[in-house]
Design a protein. Structure first.
Length: 148
């Protein structure tokens, strides 16, 4: 009955328009302070009170999400950052996914940067693994000893 009364007073949106205290007391039901069990309550004549006019609803401004103005980096800028990032990486570690995560860019740019880096690394001159060159008088005797 209390819920019906609140609906009658406040209309369809009674849950949001009702004061918080009234809603809490409604939830407490018989446990609400100052209330007696229903069987013990005596019927009192109810006085008709005019319902207060609903307060005019305040117009709120529409919510706006903060706009992030993305700073677009060019392929040259991304490549420069990637060179610094991958300086210690092996050739096998340079892949588009690792670059995308490291540079925080899209997949398309990561693939383009990967292609540039792999082309640069492929054009590097190869260096010998073993820096020891045979002496002039050896005539490759060391190589024959290893083969034997």
């Amino acid at each position: 009955m209390a819920r019906a009364d609140l609906r009658e007073q406040h209309g369809r949106l009674w849950r949001s328009k009702t004061p918080r205290r009234s809603r809490v007391l409604l939830k407490l039901g018989d446990l609400a302070p100052g209330t007696e069990p229903v069987a013990e309550q005596q019927e009192e004549p109810k006085q008709e009170t005019p319902a207060p006019a609903p307060a005019p609803r305040k117009q709120s401004a529409p919510r706006r999400r903060p706009t992030k103005t993305p700073t677009r980096r060019t392929l040259d800028e991304l490549t420069t950052e990637a060179r610094e990032l991958t300086a210690a990486w092996s050739d096998a570690e340079v892949n588009a996914e690792a670059l995308r995560k490291g540079l925080r860019c899209g997949a398309k740019h990561a693939r383009q940067v990967r292609d540039v880096l792999t082309a640069e690394r492929a054009s590097r001159p190869l260096h010998a693994v073993d820096d020891t060159a045979p002496a002039e008088g050896d005539n490759g005797d060391a190589a024959e000893e290893v083969a034997a």
